[in-house]
Ligand binder design. Structure first.
Ligand SMILES: *[C@@H]1O[C@H](CO)[C@@H](O)[C@H](O)[C@H]1NC(C)=O
Ligand SMILES: *[C@@H]1O[C@H](CO)[C@@H](O)[C@H](O)[C@H]1NC(C)=O
Ligand SMILES: *[C@@H]1O[C@H](CO)[C@@H](O)[C@H](O)[C@H]1NC(C)=O
Ligand SMILES: *[C@@H]1O[C@H](CO)[C@@H](O)[C@H](O)[C@H]1NC(C)=O
Ligand SMILES: *[C@@H]1O[C@H](CO)[C@@H](O)[C@H](O)[C@H]1NC(C)=O
Ligand SMILES: *[C@@H]1O[C@H](CO)[C@@H](O)[C@H](O)[C@H]1NC(C)=O
Length: 314
């Protein structure tokens, strides 16, 4: 090894030597909820007999265990359990101030001192999460909608779903910088659905839901029914529209109101006066928009007989 390599090795040792000497391993940092418990258990406690086991939190000694006695410091007396076989420390009734580094020292009877450390982060449970959405009716292309969330506890992440898929930002969907509110502007009919907001931290989560209905239309008004019919038959013209809420309908014949306000216009038995233009108007009471579609009906002069009749009558 050249001298450069040697210095490198010495530098590495001086920097990381303390970690190399951590012989007691823990599975990873622990998280706990205020009021709950946590257990710190070394993965590899020594199997040989030991003289002293000690747990420290910062400069505070939590537990000192000797072969014939276990001393729990008075500050922890009613909320600590120490297992003298596994050296596991259970800390109960957690408080936010319990967050920090916990250090375990074990002095075996016949070998050098063993140490290890683990860390704890205590979180306040998430609670009282709620969503506030727009009060007024939302109209496609005109309204904007803000959904805001609120909640208590240590919130580490806020996530949104819509109809059980992640909600992503877009030109019209904007998240606040802390993700706690979403602004949709302008709203489109595809924004209708169930919005779900989840507040999460490592120890708890809470999800709340809110439904949005975007009003739109009427669009695509259409009339289904006969064009050309014989005398004396029943005719049913049915009008439909794409609309939220459902449209109401009204019918005109040759430009005059018919008084019919159902989606279907029925002629029980056709006569010649039924030929002409039928016009269905769909009205959305929320968007205040309406749209119209026309349908021409021709009552045929059925063969010679029908025509003759008309002539005779005239
Ligand atoms: C170790 O724990 C057991 C069971 O909890 C107890 O009976 C025993 O007295 C403890 N030993 C010491 C040295 O504290
Ligand atoms: C939604 O929030 C944005 C930004 O906070 C605001 O400018 C807008 O007026 C809000 N819209 C409604 C409908 O409250
Ligand atoms: C948790 O919230 C409390 C106040 O509610 C705060 O003092 C503490 O720093 C927070 N902890 C974390 C990890 O954010
Ligand atoms: C907001 O949420 C997005 C994805 O939903 C995530 O990528 C981003 O990190 C979050 N921002 C904050 C501040 O939580
Ligand atoms: C905290 O939340 C967890 C998980 O939801 C729950 O099991 C626990 O009872 C809660 N603790 C308190 C003190 O509310
Ligand atoms: C309705 O209009 C059609 C076409 O303009 C016309 O032929 C028909 O006579 C009219 N019918 C009535 C009852 O006004």
């Amino acid at each position: 090894m050249d001298s450069h390599g040697l210095y490198w090795t010495l530098w590495m040792l001086s920097c990381f030597g303390q970690y190399l000497s951590e012989d007691l391993q823990f599975s990873g940092p622990a998280n706990g909820a205020v009021g709950e418990s946590v257990v710190f258990a070394p993965d590899n406690p020594p199997s040989t007999s030991v003289d002293v086991v000690q747990w420290n939190f910062g400069t505070t000694t939590v537990v000192t265990a000797l072969p014939d006695s276990t001393i729990i410091s008075s500050a922890y007396r009613d909320r600590v359990h120490f297992d003298n076989k596994t050296f596991a420390l259970e800390l109960q009734n957690l408080r936010l101030v319990d967050s920090g580094i916990y250090r375990l020292t074990v002095i075996p009877s016949t070998s050098h001192k063993l140490t290890g450390e683990t860390s704890l982060q205590v979180f306040e449970n998430i609670s009282n999460v709620r969503l506030d959405g727009p009060e007024e009716s939302l109209i496609e292309g005109e309204s904007s909608a803000n959904i805001t969330s609120e909640g208590t506890g240590n919130i580490t992440s806020v996530q949104w779903m819509k109809d059980n898929s992640p909600l992503s930002p877009s030109n019209s969907i904007i998240f606040s910088s802390d993700n706690r509110s979403v602004s949709i502007s302008p709203v489109q009919r595809s924004d209708s659905g169930e919005y779900q907001c989840t507040y999460t931290n490592p120890v708890s989560s809470e999800t709340v839901k809110l439904s949005l209905i975007i009003n739109y239309g009427p669009d695509d008004v259409s009339i289904k029914g006969e064009d050309v019919v014989d005398l004396g038959v029943r005719v049913s013209l049915s009008c439909s529209a794409n609309s939220q809420p459902s449209a109401s309908f009204s019918w005109k014949f040759n430009g005059s109101d018919t008084g019919v306000t159902t989606d279907t216009f029925i002629i029980d038995q056709t006569d010649f006066t039924h030929s002409g233009d039928y016009e269905c108007t769909a009205l959305n009471s929320v968007t205040k928009k309406s749209a119209t579609q026309k349908h021409a009906l021709l009552v045929k002069v059925g063969g010679g007989g029908g025509g003759g009749e008309e002539v005779e009558e005239g």
